[in-house]
Design a protein around this ligand. Structure first.
Ligand SMILES: [Zn+2]
Length: 122
């Protein structure tokens, strides 16, 4: 089922009442009383974790975002944000490549540790 279209009117301190439509992925609660340029659509966070012996440690948080009234970078088109700088498609692909490199490093350490524990290496 398609998410319902949310059209919202907020009172801003610099442009009075501002009406806008949220994209389907926006789950933000838009609060009145701010500046129009600060209005941003945002999806729920998705946190990537790694299992450790006791807890899942957080690696990276991702969320879709757009800022429909900004005149600055990253512009009004959607991007991915989280606990890092706004990122577009190419930046996400670079991050994925780097995570694959980190996975190889983890496998190298696992192999090395297994050899040490087996008495085959020091
Ligand atoms: Zn929104």
């Amino acid at each position: 089922m398609q998410d319902p279209i949310r059209t919202i009117t907020l009172t801003t301190v610099d442009h009075g009442d501002v009406t806008f439509t949220c994209p389907p992925w926006c789950t933000a609660v838009h609060e009145p009383g701010g500046y129009r340029v600060d209005i941003s659509h945002r999806s729920d966070d998705r946190t990537l974790t790694l299992p450790t012996r006791r807890v899942h440690t957080e690696v990276l948080t991702l969320a879709l975002e757009s800022r429909p009234f900004t005149e600055r970078w990253p512009g009004t088109a959607p991007f991915v944000n989280g606990d890092h700088y706004p990122t577009r498609v190419a930046g996400l692909e670079c991050m994925a490549i780097e995570l694959e490199r980190h996975a190889e490093t983890l496998r190298t350490y696992a192999t090395r540790l297994a050899l040490i524990l087996a008495g085959g290496a020091r």
